[in-house]
Ligand binder design. Sequence first.
Ligand code: AMP
Length: 212
Amino acid sequence: MNIVLLGPPGSGKGTQAKRIAEKKRIAPLATGEMLRAEVLSASALGLSVKGIIERGDLVPDAIMIAMIEKRIGDNPSGFILDGFPRDLAQAEALDTMLAARGQKLDRVVLLKIGEEALVDRISGRFTCRGCGASYHDRYQRPRVEGVCDLCGGKDFERRPDDNAPVVRARFAVYRRQTEPIVGYYEKRGILSRVDGTGAVEEVAEAIDRVLG
Ligand code: AMP
């Protein structure tokens, strides 16, 4: 099964994509995480995109399309995309690369949530440095303070682009460049809208219902 998870920054795509990937035994492909790994390793690609990510802008399409094309080739039995496509050019490129492999997108799930809730969510979130599990200061603390529920790690980190001004910039980019993709998939009849404002488990159940 090939799935795209769409939604503004902070809508819970990362958390939900990991869960769906495990449940459906498909590969979670998160472009933001791939880019952050490049930045951390100080690769040539990482150095070239660091400033763009810190401003909340989009990394050029050619870079992102090449990155995702390789991962899709590595995962013929299915994937869930989190963070890609981010604009119409990426959406069209995704269709082309899938068609070339005799594949298609099965479903696009849009997580819906308002801007104020997003700023509130994003400004409190952090992840485990060991396994990438997501947490939140107010909504999802680890069961044991300071210890990751999943891997037992004790080292956590916050994204440098998770602060209020950059979140607002990322939201504006989402409105301008990413939202037009919603209509593109809706016309094809593969879009499902899910309310992203509830608790993680409630949203997860709503996604399960549309994915069947
Ligand atoms: P995310 O973790 O999905 O919120 O992505 C973090 C940042 O990485 C974004 O604000 C962009 O700067 C960049 N990024 C991630 N995915 C893409 C993409 N598909 N196209 C362009 N830029 C991206």
